[in-house]
Design a protein around this ligand. Structure first.
Ligand code: NAP
Ligand code: LUD
Length: 319
C-alpha cells in the first residue's frame, strides 16, 4: 500500500495527521503565511519607530465588481491592516475607459505615500481595455505584483535581488522551502505559462538551479511529463486535472488552482478545489499543499512582503 520506504520514514518523522491512507505531509499555507505576517508586523513597527509614524502604503485598483476579486481584495486589505500597512482600495466602474484606468494608475504612481500598487486581475470591464497596457503603466518601483515587463524581464534573467517577484510563485517557493527539500539539481515541472503564475514560477525554479519543464495546453503527454517531476507546480485552472497516479513517488506537489465546483451539500451550492485531485495525489506525493489553505494565503502574505520591501527601499533613499 505504501509506495516507498522513504514514505514510511517520512510518515514517522513528520507526525502527519489524517487517516492511515493519507501519506503525504500537508504543507500549510495558513501556518506559513502567519509566520510571514508576524515577521512583517515587527518590521513595520521598527520602521515606524525609526521614521516616526511612517507606514508602508498599498493601493489596490479594481475595475468592476467580480465576486472572486472582491473576496481576494478584502483578504489583502485585512492582512495589510493587521501588519500596519495603510491600504487603499480604489474601485472603478466597469464602464471606466482605458484612459480613465491609466489616469488612475498614473495618479497613484505619483503619490509618494504609496509604495505598492496593484491592479487586481482580471479586469471586469465593458469597454475595451488592454490589460497589458494597464499593468505596464504601474511604476516598476511600486509594482508589488511583479507584472511589469521591467520586473518580469529581470526575473527571467535571474536578477532576483533587484526585482519584485510575483506573489503566487514567490509564495510557492516559500512553501517548497518549508518542506526542507532542496531545489538545486531537481527536476521541476510547471503546468501553466501565464504571466502571473506559470512563467515566473518557471524562472524562479530555474534560478534556484532546478531543471525545469514548462507544460501548457498544447503539451501532448502531460501525465508522462508529470511523472518525471521531483517538484510539481500546477497553475492551469482545471479542476482536479492532475491525478495521483501520474506522480512520481514522494514528489513535492504545489497546487495553485482555485476552481469552484458544484456541491449540493454546501449552503453556497459549491466548493473550492485545486488543479490536483487531492485524494489520489495524497497517496503518492511526499508533500502536498491543500486547497483552500495552501498557495492562496501565501499569495496574500507575499504581497505584504513586497510592499514592506518597497517601503524599506523608499526609506533607504531618504537616508
Ligand atoms: P490562465 O492565465 O488561464 O493560465 C492557465 C495556464 O494553464 C495556461 O498557460 C494554459 O496553457 C495552461 N493550461 C490550461 N489548460 C491546460 C491543460 N489541460 N493542460 C496543460 N496546461 C493547461 O490562469 P492563471 O491565472 O495562471 O491561473 C491558473 C490557476 O491558478 C487558476 O485556477 C487560478 O484561479 C489560480 N490562481 C491562484 C492563485 C492563488 O493565489 N492561489 C493566484 C493566481 C491564480 P496555454 O498557455 O496554452 O493557454
Ligand atoms: N490579480 C491576483 N488576480 C487573481 N485564497 C490573487 C488570490 C487570495 N493583479 C493580481 O490575489 O495576486 C494577484 N494579483 N490574484 N489571487 C488569485 C489571483 C490577481 C487567490 C486566492 C486567495 C488571492 C486566497 O486567499 C484562499 C485559499 O486558497 O485558502 C481562499 C480561497 C477561497 O475561495 O475560499
Amino acid at each position: 500500500m505504501f509506495s516507498s520506504f522513504a514514505h514510511l520514514l517520512r510518515l514517522g518523522a513528520s507526525g502527519c495527521q489524517g487517516s492511515s491512507r493519507s501519506i503525504a505531509t500537508i504543507v500549510s499555507g495558513i501556518k506559513t503565511s502567519k509566520l510571514v505576517r508576524t515577521r512583517l508586523k515587527e518590521e513595520v513597527e521598527t520602521m515606524s519607530r525609526e521614521f516616526t509614524g511612517f507606514r508602508p502604503g498599498l493601493t489596490v485598483v479594481q475595475v468592476g465588481n467580480r465576486d472572486d476579486s472582491n473576496l481576494y481584495i478584502s483578504t489583502k486589505l485585512q492582512a495589510a491592516a493587521q501588519i500596519g500597512i495603510v491600504a487603499k482600495h480604489v474601485r472603478l466602474s466597469p464602464t471606466a475607459t482605458q484612459d480613465e484606468v491609466l489616469q488612475c494608475v498614473m495618479s497613484v504612481n505619483d503619490d509618494t505615500s504609496v509604495h505598492g500598487l496593484i491592479v487586481q486581475l482580471p479586469l471586469d470591464h465593458v469597454t475595451h481595455i488592454d490589460t497589458q497596457l494597464v499593468t505596464n503603466a504601474v511604476s516598476p518601483l511600486k509594482d508589488v505584483d511583479g507584472l511589469t515587463c521591467i520586473n518580469a524581464g529581470k526575473l527571467s534573467r535571474g536578477d532576483l535581488s533587484d526585482c519584485f517577484i510575483p506573489c503566487t510563485p514567490n509564495g510557492c517557493m516559500e512553501l517548497i522551502r518549508q518542506t526542507g527539500v532542496s531545489v538545486a539539481g531537481k527536476h521541476a515541472v510547471v503546468i501553466g505559462r501565464s504571466k502571473i503564475v506559470g512563467a515566473p514560477m518557471h524562472d524562479l525554479l530555474l534560478w534556484s538551479d532546478a531543471t525545469v519543464t514548462s507544460c501548457h495546453s498544447k503539451t501532448t503527454d502531460l501525465p508522462e511529463q508529470v511523472s518525471r517531476a521531483d517538484i510539481l507546480v500546477v497553475g492551469a485552472g482545471r479542476a482536479e486535472m492532475v491525478r495521483g497516479e501520474w506522480l512520481k513517488d514522494g514528489a513535492v506537489v504545489i497546487d495553485c488552482g482555485i476552481n469552484y465546483i458544484p456541491d449540493g451539500t454546501k449552503a453556497s451550492g459549491q466548493r473550492v478545489v485545486g488543479d490536483v485531485h487531492f485524494a489520489s495525489a495524497n497517496q503518492r506525493a511526499g508533500f502536498i499543499t491543500p486547497v483552500p489553505g495552501g498557495v492562496g494565503p501565501m499569495t496574500v502574505a507575499m504581497l505584504m512582503e513586497n510592499t514592506v520591501w518597497s517601503a524599506q527601499r523608499f526609506l533607504q533613499h531618504l537616508k
